[in-house]
Design a protein around this ligand. Structure first.
Ligand code: ARG
Length: 576
């Protein structure tokens, strides 16, 4: 149980009102407007009706009786304008949370709340032969962070890269490659070569419409298993994946499945049959569709008039497959908001097909990403490549390091962690749905609300611990005494301790809202809190009676920052 929950339970256990049970009390507890007032506030407005008393009277009565009955549980219990404010003794809180942090270290905040529940997370889901552009970044990073956080909370997570590896574009690519391609250049330039010939195909097709016909025929051949077509297709796929996997490695991203659209080619028919049997499909202009006009949506097209199946058909088959294979508790799709309608349609069709699990499907949508000095992706090929963004961020970090910390060894490795961490942190730090524009200077700043700022704060904490030059496990072998903890009886420490306590609530909040920005915000608060603490409290040359407590706060900060960043897929340099 998280520490906040333990505290809430303590409060609930001290309140006995006949008409209300402890769970309801816990649900009512909120943080007071200012931490000076206390740790939790109980609003008495909802109790007024059943108790037939004014909220102010209830608050007064409750505060008096709790103080009388439980004189040692709280530092203070005070009524204020219809609220009861509960303040725990900060020293006791500190003792509690620091003990747990020092014991559990990076396991702090782990829970079993997700035990026996599987979460499928469809994310990144790149398209074969198309360059990974900056828009894929959000999906990849948000999905990756959600995977790690769900896992920490005890869920089984299945990360799925639903590859865009089927469709008429492969006919175009095959034609384009046969006309203008060669293996040597392909091996050298990889995806960028494929996108080059793909763009050329579109350009030339404007004056040579027969190319479109040829592409259609080539795709048909691929569908029929023609050897040449299949061979090229396989090479395109392999090349794309090997290039992309290098980026995944840098971003600390792993998938459990790469089953994409092609995988569902032979799994659509049973789904189509079922929908037909349920009378959900109809023929419209030769196409097989599910009419969704009752729900103010255009029809969901399943089979085109030329017999081809679509993206949506494969997504329906994929949903059936995932439910059967993983029996998920939830199935998330981390995909840009441009695909809102698509997912609304899919989820609606599942609901109409009486799949009660349709309600467990979630479109985790996000906004557009663009770079300050560049245009967003277009069909014409002037896309901002994800690879280039990462390279540029790392290069810029390297030049900052050369300037600021010229003596540092391993600058390249460190710059990699800083540059990639900066891009990741920034991408996650905006609420998901917002369109974002990033500037390299801003995201790389060491003293803004950035990834490098959090990393740098962690480095400060590490350097204190290194200078202390002890084995930390031995150093904290004996529990901190109340007398020692009095050495951190100040505002800055209390604030940090209160943040540490919240860690697991924060993680739960992230998955409840599918919103990693809650964690980035939190890490910024911890980093700022520590920097204030460090400014006001000597640590290494603290008076001996409070030194261990201050070191403990420092160590705890390091544990939280490192683990928090790890959950976001961000590395933590030891020096910078
Ligand atoms: N490949 C698609 C794209 O890049 C995203 C796929 C998302 N996942 C899904 N199951 N539809 O637009």
């Amino acid at each position: 149980m998280s520490i906040t929950n333990i505290k809430k339970n303590i409060i609930a256990s001290c309140i006995s009102i006949e008409s209300i049970n402890p769970t309801d009390i816990i649900a009512l507890l909120i943080p007071p407007p200012s931490p000076d007032l206390g740790d939790f506030a109980l609003p008495c407005f909802k109790l007024a009706k059943s108790l037939k008393m004014s909220p102010i009277m209830i608050a007064n009565d409750l505060a008096n009786s709790i103080t009388a009955k439980f004189p040692d549980k709280f530092l203070s219990v005070t009524p204020l304008n219809g609220y009861v404010n509960f303040k725990f003794d900060p020293i006791k809180s500190a003792s509690f949370v620091l003990k747990e942090l020092l014991e559990k270290k990076s396991d702090f905040g782990n829970s079993l709340s997700g035990a026996n529940k599987t979460i499928c997370i469809d994310y990144s889901s790149i398209n074969i032969a198309k360059p990974l552009h900056i828009g894929h970044l959000s999906s990849t990073i948000i999905g990756g962070a959600l995977c790690k956080i769900y896992t920490k909370l005890g869920y089984k997570t299945i990360g799925i890269n639903h590859l865009g590896d089927w469709g008429t574009q492969f006919g175009k690519l095959i034609v384009a490659f046969d006309l203008w391609g060669d293996m040597q250049t392909l091996k050298k330039e990889q995806i960028s070569f494929l996108s080059k010939i793909y763009v050329r195909f579109h350009e030339e097709a404007e004056s040579r419409p027969e190319l479109i016909e040829q592409a259609r025929a080539a795709f048909k051949k691929l569908e029929d298993g023609d050897q040449h077509a299949l061979e090229l297709y396989t090479i395109f796929k392999r090349i794309t994946l090997s290039e992309v996997k290098k980026i995944y490695k840098k971003l600390d991203i792993n998938f459990d499945s790469y089953n994409g659209e092609a995988f569902f080619n032979d799994k659509m028919q049973p789904v189509l049959d079922e929908l037909k049997k349920l009378n959900l499909t109809e023929i419209s202009d030769g196409a097989t569709v599910v009419n969704l006009s009752d729900y103010n949506m255009p029809p969901c097209i399943l089979i085109r008039s030329d017999g081809a199946t679509l993206y949506a058909t494969r997504d329906l088959a994929a949903a059936y497959y995932r439910k059967k294979k993983y029996n998920f508790h939830k199935c998330l799709y981390v995909v840009a908001y441009q695909q809102n309608l698509h997912f609304q349609q899919i989820f609606k069709v599942l609901e109409l097909a009486k799949k009660e699990w349709a309600q467990d499907m979630v479109h985790v949508q996000f906004g557009m990403v663009s770079v300050e000095d560049g245009a967003m992706a277009t069909r014409k090929g002037n896309v901002i490549l994800l690879k280039d963004v990462l390279v540029k961020a790392v290069d810029k970090s390297l030049s900052i390091l050369k300037e600021k910390s010229s003596k540092l060894k391993n600058k390249k490795l460190i710059a990699e962690k800083i540059g990639i961490g900066a891009v990741t942190f920034f991408t996650l730090s905006n609420s998901r749905i917002k369109d974002i524009v990033f500037s390299y200077d801003k995201i790389l700043s060491f003293d803004g609300e950035t990834g490098p700022y959090v990393q740098y704060t962690n480095v400060r904490a590490i350097s204190v611990l290194k200078n202390l030059d002890v084995d930390l496990d031995t150093y904290f072998n004996n529990e901190l005494t109340i007398d020692e903890l009095k050495g951190i009886d100040n505002k800055e420490s209390a604030f940090l301790i209160s943040l540490f306590e919240k860690f697991s609530d924060i993680l739960n909040d992230v998955i409840d809202k599918y919103e990693p920005s809650i964690l980035t915000r939190y890490l910024i608060d911890v980093a700022k809190g520590f920097n204030k603490f460090y400014l006001e409290n000597r640590v290494l040359n603290a008076p001996s009676e409070c030194k261990r407590a201050r070191v403990a706060v420092t160590y705890a900060t390091h544990i939280i920052l490192k683990e928090g960043l790890r959950l976001l897929g961000i590395g933590t340099p030891e020096e910078m």
